[in-house]
Structure formats: structure tokens, C-alpha cells
Design a binder for this molecule. Structure first.
Ligand code: GRG
Length: 301
């Protein structure tokens, strides 16, 4: 009986993921179209190529699921969700460049620089980053104080205190060799991942809390849940790449800890995160976020 209930619930949430993803992509498209209305069609092509059909949209989904848990409607979260998705896509365009990861394909199609040239890719990434801040500063249905606080946090988490720091550490990680893994390597990897991947995901969990003005304790819990999900996301991503023979990085969780330990680490972090969620938030309202955490931890592709 319990298994049947769980399967029904999971089916309902799988449908919700598809529906939320479609809703978000549609809203993102009309919002971006409005902002770039005056741009020549040949340049608009770069933007729409990089953003659509898009990837998993996991960051907006996490933000909406947290909103649902706290009683903040997804419509109210649309502007920050779009802003974060624009930033995520800018970072991928730049990460694929020859001077960074030098990748030819992303999401099953040519990377932006392979399709349109390097200069156009750099400028498209830069443009998405600026657009992200234009969008978030136009966020109408929260107070200016909340909007400013979140904008400030966002700038902090994607700059030298977050994404850029993580990427610089990633580029520098050539100094580590597989033979010389030490505590120092583990610390370095953790700092790299927290900054490169986890902080932006953490923000998706924290933003609905700031909008709802939850108390200090709840905000602390949201921060912990968010950073854990971010780390979990990167560990599973590393494991998938490693197992499929596509791990091109100098440092990754399987390289540092080994596949067996990484699988255990995923289980432990998943259980710990779900426990924090269950102990601090309403069981029924947090079901969707619970489902997404499980989906992130259990994914194999
Ligand atoms: C170049 C400023 C700059 C930053 C690069 C995001 C990033 C930092 C690098 C991308 C490569 C990478 C492995 C990042 C870790 C985060 C990650 C797993 C990104 C991929 O995110 P998904 O899986 O992508 O959410 P989709 O395609 O689903 O949107």
C-alpha cells in the first residue's frame, strides 16, 4: 500500500516537473524577447540558441519547489528564477570556450562558440549576465529592500566570492595529480565546488525564504539545505561523467575519493538533507522539494 502511494506521488511530481519546466521556459522566452526586442535578428539568434530548448532547468525548479513549501507562488519568483537561469547559461557559454574547457558540444548541439564564433560567444555570455541584473532589478512584486538584498547576494555569489572564484580554482587545479591526493586536495575540491556550483543552487533555495521573510533559524536551515543540494548536484554530476568515461577534469569527487566512497557520500548527504528538511518544514508542503532532492541524488544521466 505504502509503495503504491509513493509511486502515485512520484508520478504526480514527475508530471509537475514537466509542467513547471514547460511553464518556466515559455515565460523565460517571452521575458527575454521583450528585453531584446530592439536587437537585430542575427544577434537575437545567438541568445535564443543558447537558452532554448535549454537544459534541465533544475535551478528554477528548486526555487519553485521551495516557494511551494513556504507559500510563495511561482509567479512571484519568476524574475529571480529567470535571472539565475540567464546567469547559469552565461557561465556555460564561457565555460565551453577554447580558453576554458574547449568543448564542441553542449546539450546535444554545437556550443555557442562553435556555432557562431568565439567573439560572438563571449559577447552573448556577457550580454546574458547583464540581462540577468536588468531582469532582477525590474522585479516588481517584492519590496525594493528585498530586491536589493537578493541582487546584492546574487552579485556576491557569482563573483569573486562564488562562481568566478570556483572557476579560477578549477582552472588552477592542474597542480593536483591523482597520485598525490591528500586532505589538502579534499579541502581544495570542496571549496571549488561550493563556489563553482553550490552557491548559485543555494540561492535558489534561500530566495523564497527571503521573500517570505522567514525567521533566522529557518533561513539558516534553508542555507544548509541549499548548499547540500548544490554539493550533491556536483557529486552526482562528477560520478555520471566518471562512470561514462567523460571525466576531463583535474579534480573530481570520484578521482579524489573513489567510486565506492562517492556513492556512499551521495547517500549520506541525501539522507542528511532530507532529515533537515523534514525536521524543520511542513511534511506535505515540502514533498515536492523532497522529491527533487531525491531526483538529484539518484540521477544516472
Ligand atoms: C566561466 C564564469 C564561468 C563559470 C563556469 C558553471 C561553470 C562555471 C562551469 C560549467 C561546468 C560545470 C561542470 C559546472 C558545474 C555545474 C554544472 C554541473 C553545470 C551544469 O549544470 P546543469 O546540469 O546544466 O544544470 P543544464 O544543461 O541542465 O542547464
Amino acid at each position: 500500500m505504502k509503495i503504491l502511494q509513493m509511486t502515485t506521488k512520484n508520478c504526480r511530481f514527475e508530471k509537475k516537473v514537466l509542467e513547471d519546466t514547460k511553464w518556466f521556459s515559455c515565460k523565460l522566452k517571452s521575458l527575454v524577447s521583450k528585453y531584446v526586442n530592439e536587437l537585430q535578428p542575427q544577434y537575437k539568434k545567438f541568445i535564443f540558441y543558447s537558452l532554448f530548448p535549454g537544459g534541465k532547468r533544475i535551478r528554477p525548479l528548486l526555487m519553485f519547489a521551495t516557494g511551494e513549501m513556504l507559500g510563495v507562488n511561482r509567479n512571484k519568483l519568476l524574475y529571480p528564477a529567470c535571472s539565475i537561469e540567464l546567469i547559469h547559461n552565461y557561465s556555460l557559454i564561457h565555460d565551453d570556450l577554447p580558453s576554458m574547457d574547449n568543448d564542441d558540444y553542449r546539450r546535444g548541439k554545437l556550443t555557442v562558440h562553435k556555432k557562431f564564433g568565439e567573439a560572438n560567444a563571449i559577447l552573448t555570455g556577457d550580454g546574458l549576465l547583464s540581462l540577468a541584473f536588468e531582469v532582477i532589478s525590474d522585479w516588481g512584486n517584492v519590496s525594493s529592500k528585498t530586491c536589493l538584498k537578493i541582487t546584492n547576494l546574487l552579485a556576491n555569489y557569482i563573483g569573486f566570492n562564488g562562481l568566478i572564484k570556483g572557476q579560477l580554482m578549477d582552472l588552477d587545479s592542474k597542480i593536483f595529480t591523482e597520485k598525490e591526493i591528500s586532505k589538502n586536495t579534499e579541502r581544495y575540491l570542496n571549496e571549488l565546488v561550493v563556489n563553482k556550483t553550490a552557491k548559485l543552487i543555494q540561492l535558489c533555495i534561500v530566495i523564497p525564504g527571503l521573500v517570505k521573510m522567514v525567521d533566522k533559524k529557518k533561513l539558516h536551515m534553508l542555507n544548509t539545505i541549499g548548499i547540500n543540494i548544490g554539493i550533491l548536484f556536483q557529486i552526482t554530476d562528477d560520478l555520471i561523467d566518471y562512470v561514462s568515461g567523460q571525466d576531463k577534469t583535474n579534480l573530481s569527487y570520484p578521482k579524489v575519493y573513489g567510486v565506492q566512497s562517492v556513492s556512499e557520500l551521495i547517500k549520506t548527504l541525501k539522507v542528511e538533507t532530507i532529515n533537515i528538511l523534514r525536521q524543520n518544514f511542513d511534511d506535505v508542503k515540502s514533498d515536492y522539494l523532497h522529491f527533487l532532492i531525491q531526483k538529484i541524488a539518484d540521477r544516472t544521466q
